[in-house]
Design a protein around this ligand. Structure first.
Ligand code: BGC
Length: 480
């Protein structure tokens, strides 16, 4: 651990209802106890060559057993909320069969979380689906929205007294892009037609799940900014994209199309009902793709607002280069290439303000939450400054400056609480405010960044709020 960094000097006081949090996800931390072998990622991870170093999530951080210590560490950082997920494959290990034991486990975890004064935000689908769902066609199956909604109904009926902030799907376009278009993650399908159909069914699934949650847990409208944010969000991967060569009209054009595909096509279809992804992807690939048949609207979803807020996962800035007849090539901007994250991503905290403004422009009047933001940095070399800078740009977006208006932002979640299983990067890629010593019985050791995040939050609390002792974090370690 380095020395504690100087105190933050934020100028802005955020409302007491602002969500200050860290984000994590079930498959990335829990380990397979409880039924992880029922996930579509389980056979994938056990196929040699798929994951860096052939790591698997079988143990992950053993959060399933160690959640009390992890949540205590989170509380010590001064956050007031945790964004986490529940594992569909553990809750519904076979179609229509729900596990009472697993729900009891989550009830105990979320009850404890609330006892610590933290508010849960629960993602219903983050990365993995049950193998039985995959074997029935996954998101290509016409009734996949109904299958998902049945699981959502079970979860919200059983956990609804503990949670009123839900995310339907995390980063649907990452799932569509990598799982159905590129084929590099489960279900490993590489077909533009399948990608379009999967996106179509995911939009329908989001809408039906949202209606199901609203039926069980009505949300007062409008979700005005004085009250704590409630209800259902859709969380999108929203990175920034600029043309590789601004003087090349092809780079310029392809960037505009690519940003539409990656960032906006899905949430626009979910919110406004205009599905255009087949046209957009068709333009990039130079081929005609058809609109799936049927309707985006599911009668059961009629009358329910399609969401209550939008989640923004922002990580980096890419330059986009035209690539004839194929998806464009993404490059790290040369001006940022000298200092990249451990997985070679550009570090660009100024993008926090820009992506929030861009999202607000696409979805005026809908509250925003930054649901993920972080850096892969095992040495914690860049993260402390990244946190300070990112929150500075969050201030600029939220409160406005130089004639730019403030944006309706309700929360910021840093990815992630502890190091975790980072999908194809295994345990190599480390995003944690808290380090996990994998060769020392998964001991938890707070990084300097944990104290810095604590200070930055404290500096933004309203006057009169109970101060947090941020220097105490560095002394904390989990019991081995
Ligand atoms: C995902 C996380 C992931 C993180 C860092 C996001 O795309 O939601 O599951 O670990 O980025 O790569």
């Amino acid at each position: 651990m380095g020395a504690l960094e100087p105190q933050a000097t934020a100028q802005h006081s955020y409302p007491p209802t602002f969500l200050w949090g860290t984000a994590l996800s079930a498959h990335q931390v829990e380990g397979k106890t409880g039924g992880g072998e029922n996930a579509d990622w389980y056979p994938f991870e056990h196929t040699p060559g798929k994951i860096y170093n052939n790591d698997t999530a079988d143990l992950a951080t053993d959060h399933w057993n160690r959640y009390p210590g992890d949540l205590q560490l989170a509380a010590a950082i001064g956050v007031n909320t945790i964004r986490t997920s529940v594992a569909w494959e553990k809750i519904e290990p076979a179609a229509g069969e729900f596990s009472g034991d697993v729900i009891e486990h989550y009830r105990a975890e979320f009850t404890y979380l609330k006892q610590l004064g933290l508010r849960p935000m629960i993602t219903l689908l983050h990365g993995t689906v049950p193998l039985w769902f995959q074997n029935r066609g996954g998101w290509l199956a016409a009734d996949s929205p109904q299958q998902f909604a049945a699981y959502v109904r079970f979860v919200v009926s059983n956990l609804g007294d503990l949670c009123d902030l839900w995310v339907t799907v995390n980063e649907p376009m990452v799932l569509v892009g990598l799982g159905y278009l590129e084929g590099s993650i489960p279900p490993q399908i590489a077909s533009p037609e399948s990608a379009i159909l999967a996106a179509w069914n995911l939009v329908r699934a989001h809408r039906l799940a949202t209606a199901t949650i609203h039926e069980l847990q009505p949300v007062p409208q409008p979700n005005s900014s004085g009250n704590p944010l409630r209800g259902v969000g859709l969380v999108n991967s929203l990175d920034l994209y600029q043309p590789y060569n601004k003087l090349n009209p092809l780079d310029d054009l392809v960037t505009a199309i690519y940003v539409e595909l990656s960032n906006w096509a899905f949430p626009k279809a979910a919110v406004y009902g205009n599905f255009e992804m087949h046209d957009i992807l068709g333009q990039l690939l130079g081929k005609k793709l058809s609109l799936p048949t049927g309707s985006l609207d599911i009668p059961a979803a009629h009358g329910s607002p399609v969401l209550d807020w939008i989640g923004v996962n922002y990580y980096t800035l890419w330059l986009v280069q035209y690539n004839l007849g194929s998806l464009p090539v993404l490059k790290v901007p040369p001006s940022l290439a000298a200092q990249t994250t451990d997985i070679g991503r550009a570090i660009y905290p100024a993008g926090t303000e820009q992506i929030l403004r861009d999202t607000a422009a696409q979805f005026p009047k809908i509250p925003l939450v930054m649901t993920e933001n972080g850096v892969s940095d095992r040495a914690d070399k860049f993260r402390p400054q990244f946190i300070r800078d990112s929150l500075h740009y969050l201030d600029l977006a939220k409160f406005g400056h130089n004639g730019l208006p403030g944006v309706d932002i309700r929360g910021y979640y840093h990815w992630t609480l502890t190091d975790d299983f980072e999908w194809q990067y295994g345990y190599f890629s480390q995003y944690g405010l808290i380090q996990i010593l994998r060769d020392q019985n998964l001991e938890r050791v707070p990084r300097t960044s944990a104290a810095v995040y604590c200070q930055e939050i404290s500096a933004r609390l309203p006057q009169g709020a109970t101060p947090v002792n941020c220097s105490a974090i560095q002394q904390l370690k989990s019991a081995p």
